[in-house]
Design a protein around this ligand. Structure first.
Ligand SMILES: Nc1ncnc2c1ncn2[C@@H]1O[C@H](COP(=O)(O)OP(=O)(O)OP(=O)(O)O)[C@@H](O)[C@H]1O
Ligand SMILES: [Mg+2]
Length: 389
């Protein structure tokens, strides 16, 4: 089905807590839809550090306050985009993950950013809280973007889509006639350890190893790398997801304390750890692919790209935005626009082969805006059209 004329603004703030990525999508239920524009609204360093701190202190009062602060910032971001582009039919926001421990009978995942603040600022319907329905259905609540990867990249040959956010997640998109289902999981760290190391080693001056230039000056310590790759998470089979509970600054401090070399080599070895854990997950837990397309902020890290290519000999590792007309940092926000559309249609997504959920569920909560009656009417008409086709 082609684009519907339903304009959905996706807002994504990932585990790096670097800011809000926004993508305005003309939604299509079966295909990827059409990207109408994308924006980035960076967080100040003080806000990023507050987000990281509440994840450690777990202070409820600070979490509740942050929920309002982030809600208003998401609202401002939406209002800014809508001022520039005109009306959107709804906003689909991911929110900021602060706690993610989805396994076990009382597993949980929590994304904050008060949706009521966004609805007020954008004056439209807001869809939010996408992950909890999947956790309630026995899933990991992550990753949720793979069905959108499938909508964008299903071809004749299998392909890996790698998202290098704070955490790295990989999707194996089956070829169109495949008997295997879509597969995806978190492979472990994306940029999270590299950002923490850049900050630690620069005495707080740097927030990232820009372009990977620092790591490029170092040598990989293969022996230490092999010991780091023994971490339990890498050996665990999917479904699996992770977050800053497992991979964060404290881990980097521990590794640095046990390190016997210089800063350049440390960063080079951490970069190799990130790449090797991705390659290990891809080879070990998926049927194999003929190429890898890389998206997310980590696609700008040349050292990480080089390490990935070395870890996957014979498989072309390509920056997705170079080979496809999809801006690398917009893809996750586009995916949440699309997931918002599926929610409006009441479509339950089958993520059993991805998150391990026990039954398909509709993802997202709808907060109706002033235009809800009109929007609801359009959705009903769309559903009637889909029923006929
Ligand atoms: N020029 C660059 N060089 C190296 N790394 C970069 C560069 N630009 C961005 N990054 C990395 O990308 C990160 C942000 O990427 P991104 O927004 O995809 O991650 P995220 O917010 O954690 O998203 P998600 O968890 O949804 O995937 C930054 O924290 C930084 O580590
Ligand atoms: Mg980000």
């Amino acid at each position: 089905m082609p684009a519907t004329g339903l304009r959905i603004l996706g807002l994504m703030s990932g585990t790096s807590a670097d800011g809000i990525d926004a993508a305005l999508l003309d939604f299509a239920p079966e295909g990827p839809g059409m990207l109408l524009g994308h924006w980035h609204f960076p967080y100040p360093a003080s806000l990023q550090s507050e987000i990281f701190q509440v994840q450690e202190t777990r202070d409820l009062d600070r979490v509740a306050r942050l929920d309002r602060i982030l809600g208003k910032l998401h609202g401002q971001a939406a209002a800014t985009v809508l001022q520039e582009t005109g009306k959107a039919d709804c906003v689909a926001m991911h929110g900021q993950t602060v706690f993610h421990r989805p396994s076990g009978p009382d597993g949980y995942t929590l994304q904050i950013g008060c949706a009521a603040d966004v609805a007020l600022a954008a004056s439209c319907t807001v869809i939010h809280d996408f992950r909890r329905a999947d956790v309630a259905a026995g899933g990991q609540g992550a990753p949720l973007v793979p069905p959108y990867h499938q909508a964008c990249f299903a071809r004749d040959l299998p392909v890996w889509i790698l998202n290098l956010g704070g955490i790295a997640n990989i999707t194996w998109v089956p070829p169109k006639a495949s008997i295997y289902p879509l597969q995806a999981f978190d492979t472990g760290p994306g940029n999270v350890l590299l950002d923490a190391a850049a900050s630690l080693l620069s005495g707080g001056k740097l927030r990232m190893d820009a372009d990977g230039s620092w790591a490029l000056r170092g040598q990989i310590n293969r022996k230490v790398l092999a010991s780091w790759l023994e971490m339990d998470f890498f050996r665990q089979p999917p479904p699996k997801s992770t977050g800053r509970e497992q991979f964060q600054g404290a881990m980097v401090q521990d590794l640095w304390q046990g390190w016997k070399g210089g800063a350049d080599d440390f960063l080079a070895t951490l970069t190799a750890l990130t790449a090797e854990s991705v390659a290990h997950g891809a080879r070990e837990w998926t049927p194999g692919a003929s190429r890898m397309l890389v998206f997310g902020g980590g696609a700008k890290n040349l050292s990480l790209l080089r390490a990935l290519q070395e870890a996957l000999p014979g498989i072309p590792v390509e920056v997705g935005e170079h080979s496809h007309a999809i801006p690398g940092q917009a893809l996750e926000a586009m995916a949440f626009s699309w997931l918002g559309g599926q929610c409006l249609l009441g479509k339950a997504l089958d993520l059993a082969s991805v998150t391990g959920q026990k039954q398909p569920v509709v993802l997202g909560h709808i907060l109706p805006g002033p235009d809800w009656a009109d929007l609801h009417g359009r959705i009903r008409a769309m559903q009637a059209g889909m029923g006929r086709s």
